[in-house]
Design a protein around this ligand. Structure first.
Ligand SMILES: Nc1ncnc2c1ncn2[C@@H]1O[C@H](COP(=O)(O)OP(=O)(O)O)[C@@H](O)[C@H]1O
Ligand SMILES: [Mg+2]
Length: 467
């Protein structure tokens, strides 16, 4: 019998409460998680109209406006830096350009920031898993300067150190390397309606000036190459991210394949040791790299992605039409796409997240898959609400954020198509499809790192919950 809206709200509310209990009780069972590879410094600046206009005038408004219309997509001069910022504002679009020029880097360093935060998917997840969930976490830091080390919160967060042949795990703050580089991503945030000259932002977003040579090439520290076996000895789980930046060729003659061979060797070590691994996708511009990443998925246990990323994979293993439908948000196309991705790769778990709902397709069954997704949705809502997560009670607070009612209609469509949907769980004989409506925060404090929060929370809690 069809449930009323009120009944649905009540049902999901109780499922959410239960999931929070189950997940938080289970998290202490995880012995350790490895996070690799990208960690950097995010320097956030909230743009100020007067300051920005003055700086643009100073470098030459005319040239900046010309470049704004003919975007160079990278920064080799101050004119290009400001062209990027203004273009992002004008389109209300998130953009990221690499800063090649030393002089511009110095200028950015002097211009400064309002806030520093740990950045990079591995870095962000370390502060969440180690700092908030209190799970022992080993994180890869391409460089470990003081400015970055201090952005890791206190807690069981470790980097491996090898001294005189001895292996130790210490907090990044205890392993600072004074001579290593500060890998800074300058994030210029603007709100909807932000005005500079005659340009008005149609929506809030950010422009990123990336001054980080290491993560751009997925630099892997020597310790991580030479002693990987020792490093992973105490972990049950691993989350890999940061491969999206790979390019086909580098100026020194190396290619993305050199990096991916190294990653593959590490995945082999993880698999030998039965360590479950998750790959967090991010939009990968280069099609060859994207294709090679798909070929690497069979070595992972799990993958996390959003609608843009899933569509970009369908351009390769599906077709243009399916890719377009996924982008347009057709739920049955999303389901077809994740089935296809599982057929092609054999991967055991696919976690799809989009605004308003998540779905997981798994080659195993259990309500823990749903509970993990629900816990992840609470973490995401808390992250949106507070910007920065410090403790579990903030995640508990997210229980009072309303559940997205629009997703109830999607759930009804699934019921029509598949028959029984048992509290979000659909038995597909050889696979389980799990669907949950998420919690949406109406005016988020920040949207940076929500995707990483979702995927890592779900992956880690699912494997922690026993059934
Ligand atoms: N206001 C919000 N409240 C709750 N969840 C949100 C909100 N805005 C975005 N999200 C979630 O964050 C996810 C962003 O993940 P993703 O697209 O992978 O971006 P990123 O990895 O850059 O954080 C969306 O799929 C959506 O589920
Ligand atoms: Mg993401």
């Amino acid at each position: 019998m069809k449930k009323s809206l009120k009944e649905k709200i009540r049902l999901w509310k109780s499922l959410y409460v239960n999931a929070f209990e189950n997940a938080t009780n289970a998290l202490p069972r995880v012995r350790g998680v490895l996070l690799a590879y990208n960690t950097n410094i995010d320097a956030i600046k909230y743009l100020d109209k007067e300051d920005l206009e003055e700086r643009v005038e100073k470098v030459g408004k005319k040239r900046v406006f010309e470049l704004m219309e003919n975007p160079p997509e990278k920064v080799t001069s101050l004119e290009e830096l400001f062209a990027g910022i203004l273009r992002s504002i004008k389109l209300g679009k998130a953009m990221e350009w690499f800063v090649e020029d030393r002089g511009v880097r110095n200028y950015l360093r002097e211009w400064g920031w309002d806030e520093l935060r740990i950045g990079g998917q591995a870095g962000i997840m370390a502060n969440l898993l180690g700092g908030v969930y209190r799970i022992p976490t080993i994180v890869h830091v391409p460089q470990n300067p003081k400015l970055q080390a201090e952005l890791f919160v206190d807690g069981p967060i470790y980097v491996p150190v090898f001294e005189e042949g001895e292996f130790k795990l210490v907090h990044p703050k205890e392993a600072v390397k004074e001579n290593e580089e500060e890998l800074i991503h300058y994030i210029f945030e603007f709100s909807r309606g932000f005005q500079v000259f005659d340009i008005v932002a149609p929506r809030e977003n950010r422009f990123i000036a990336n001054a980080d040579d290491y993560n751009a090439r997925v630099y892997i520290r020597d310790e991580f190459k030479e002693h990987f076996n020792k490093i992973v000895k105490n972990v049950d789980l691993a989350i890999i991210s940061g491969l999206q930046v790979l390019k086909e060729f580098y100026e020194d003659g190396t290619t993305y394949k050199d990096v991916l061979n190294e990653v593959e060797a590490q995945l082999d070590v993880l698999n030998e040791r039965n360590i479950k691994s998750h790959f967090e996708f991010a939009y990968t511009a280069n099609k060859k790299v994207r294709e090679t990443l798909i070929n690497l998925l069979p070595k992972f246990t799990s993958v996390g992605l959003n609608e843009v990323e899933l569509a970009s994979l369908m351009e390769i293993i599906g077709d243009e039409e399916l890719a377009r439908e996924v982008l347009e948000g057709h739920v049955f196309s999303v389901i077809d796409a994740i089935h296809l991705l599982m057929d092609e790769t054999g991967i055991q778990r696919i976690h799809f997240h989009t605004y308003g709902y998540y779905m997981a397709l798994t080659q195993y069954r259990g309500e823990k898959v749903r509970d993990a997704l629900l816990f992840a949705a609470l973490a995401a809502a808390a992250k949106a609400m507070y910007g920065n997560l410090e403790n579990l009670s903030q995640i508990r607070d997210a229980l009072s954020v309303p559940t997205n009612e629009k997703a109830f209609f999607i759930e009804e469509e699934l019921e029509k198509e598949f028959g029984e949907v048992e509290n979000g769980v659909i038995d597909m004989t050889d696979r389980q499809l799990t669907f949950i409506p998420t919690k949406i925060v109406a005016s988020p404090k920040s949207t940076v790192g929500i995707g990483d929060t979702i995927s890592s929370s779900a992956f880690v809690s699912e494997f922690a919950i026993r059934q």
